[in-house]
Ligand binder design. Structure first.
Ligand code: AR6
Length: 167
């Protein structure tokens, strides 16, 4: 059975098969967790990202991890919260599902997610946590991989919300 857990801290420090990046459509870097991942991975990550031709919102693409302790990075693009009438919930769920699908295609055993869209994209945190946990739980019902799924929370509020959502 898949181990699903919550940790608090910096996702760039995690030694897992893949971390997930909350990127933007260009995949060419930005602030927040995206900036932290590119800084820690080094410039070769940006070089590989330039070959990917961007990524649609709700979809994901994989690269190597370069100088990160993680072997790979799955770059996904969350929705910008615009009030909830623009398929934001479906698109956020799709980010988690597509990231997991790509992890399974590459036979990756451990994956760590940040709290996609809850920073500068302003998705309401409590609902984002519920969507993330529901999507991941549904996925693992039908898949033996990944064996370990970590929700890596950076702020106290998300950390508490995920503990609540996973209870
Ligand atoms: N480790 C784990 N989580 C982090 C880290 C870190 N090192 N740093 C920040 N977070 P955000 P978004 C958390 O804004 O809302 C970028 O510019 C943060 O506390 O990084 O999906 C991209 O290029 C928050 O809970 O991503 C896009 O343009 C969560 O990561 C845009 O931001 C997501 O916050 C994407 O916005």
């Amino acid at each position: 059975m898949t181990d699903i857990r919550v940790t608090k801290g910096d996702i760039t420090q995690l030694k897992v098969d893949t971390i997930v990046n909350a990127a933007n459509n260009s995949l060419l870097g930005g602030g927040g967790v995206d900036g932290a991942i590119h800084r820690a991975a080094g410039s070769e990550l940006l070089d590989e990202c330039r070959t990917l031709n961007g990524c649609a919102t709700g979809d994901a693409k994989i690269t190597k991890g370069y100088r990160l302790p993680a072997k790979h990075v799955i770059h996904t693009v969350g929705p910008v919260w615009s009030g909830g009438a623009y398929k934001e919930r479906e698109l956020l769920a799709s980010c988690y599902r597509r990231s997991l699908e790509i992890a399974v295609e590459h036979k990756l055993k451990s994956i760590a997610f940040p709290n996609i869209s809850t920073g500068v994209y302003h998705f309401p945190k409590e609902e984002a946590a519920r969507i993330a946990v529901a999507e991941v739980k549904q996925f693992v019902e039908n898949s033996p991989l990944p064996e370990e799924i970590i929700f890596c929370c950076f702020d106290d509020e998300n950390y508490l919300l995920y503990q609540e959502a996973l209870r």
